[in-house]
Structures are given as C-alpha cells and as structure tokens.
Design a protein around this ligand. Structure first.
Ligand SMILES: [Mg+2]
Length: 223
C-alpha cells in the first residue's frame, strides 16, 4: 500500500483525542442523582458513552424515568463546562501523534459544537485541527449513521474508501462501516470498562489498538 491509500484520517473526539468521558460521566451521574435517579458514574460511563446528546436525553427519559430532562441537562451542561475548564486533559500521547501525522485529518464528533469548543477548545488540539472540526449537529443523523463521516469526506474532498476513522465506541465503528470507510477501534489504557477491544472488534473495526503509541504504529503500517 502506498501513502496515498490513506487520504484522510478522521478522529473521534471524546475518548480518543481528549480524556473527557470520565468527566462527562461523573458530572452527568451527579446531575441525575440530584434529580432522584440512582445511577453511578461507572454505570453512566458504560451506558451513555458514544451516544449523541439527543440519544442520551431519550435514554434518561425512557430507561431511567427522568421527568425534568431540560432542567437536569442544563444543570449538567453548567457542571460539565466548569469541569472541562479545570480537569480536562488530552488523551496521553495524542497531541504528539496528531502533530506529527503527515496526512489530512479532521474531527468527527457526536458532541454538540458548543461542547467541542469547551473541551477540545481547551487543548492544543483545537488549533491543530481547525477548521476541520465537525459535530453531529451539522448533519441529520449522528453516528452510527454514516452522515457525519460522509460530510467530513466531502468537506476534505476525499473518497470514503480512502478515509480511516478512529473511534472508541461501537457507534463510530458502525458509522465508518456504513460510510464505506476503514476503521481503527481505540481503547484508552485507563478505561475501566472490561472487554473494550472485543466490543470494537465485534462492531467491525479493521484494527483495534490500546493507547496512542499502538495507534501510531497501526497508522504507519496502513499508510
Ligand atoms: Mg468517543
């Protein structure tokens, strides 16, 4: 394979570029607990990670019986913005990997644009990717639908079969498959959830890696 075989590397944001999922789960669990829902941060991480906010709202209402969805989520957003400003770090090794990557690249996230500004925007990664930072708010359907990834390919002028998606959730891997793209499942070495590599393999990832160094090695091999 020549280098041209990768025309675009598409990065998921939360859980790949930034170590945001533990912060999001902890603050969401607290907001839900304050609304009378019994849920731990661990359960919130396991259940909600990788879903768009509209999907999480629906799960909270349907599966957990949350009545005041708007009020609870607006309290969560406030706590999340504060926690991102004080606690958020890039995923270990990812700033160097991205800065040294000699290929076109972009971000494709199920998070809202405002949340991306408050999270990714707090790190050196924003400048590296800007303006190619795409949110599910820009398309009709979030991942696992292919819409957002096809939007990325279109914006960068690259054929889907020359794109590689890197995502830590099965939804992202499924979206890549639906878009006709190759995919790499990313596992955070500190992710407390068991069986992540298997879950990503099962979702159809072409490769599964744990940590930024392993990701760099697979990208070099694919290129
Ligand atoms: Mg993610």
């Amino acid at each position: 394979m020549s280098r041209q075989n990768i025309g675009l590397v598409i990065f998921d944001c939360d859980g790949v570029l930034i170590d945001s999922e533990p912060i999001a789960s902890r603050t969401l669990a607290t907001a839900l607990q304050d609304a009378g829902i019994a849920i731990s941060a661990e359960e919130a991480l396991r259940v909600f990670t990788g879903n768009s906010e509209p999907a999480i709202r629906k799960m909270c209402a349907d599966d957990y019986g949350l009545a005041d969805v708007d009020g609870t989520f607006s309290k969560w957003h406030e706590a999340l913005e504060h926690a991102f400003a004080t606690d958020l770090l890039p995923m270990r090794g990812m700033v160097d990997l991205v800065a040294q990557l000699d290929l076109p690249k972009c971000v494709a996230s199920n998070s809202r644009t405002r949340r991306l500004q408050q999270s990714l925007g707090n790190t050196a990664l924003w400048e590296i990717f800007s303006p190619h930072i795409y949110s599910a708010e820009m398309v009709d359907r979030p991942k696992p639908a292919p819409d957002l990834l096809l939007h990325c390919a279109d914006q960068l002028g690259v054929d889907p079969d020359a794109c590689v998606m890197i995502d830590d959730s099965a939804h992202g891997i499924a979206a890549a498959h639906a878009a006709g793209m190759r995919s790499i499942g990313f596992v955070d070495p500190n992710d407390p959830r068991p069986g992540r590599p298997k879950a990503l393999e099962h979702a159809g990832a072409d490769h599964v890696v744990t940590g930024a160094a392993a990701l760099a090695a697979v990208l070099a091999q694919m290129a």
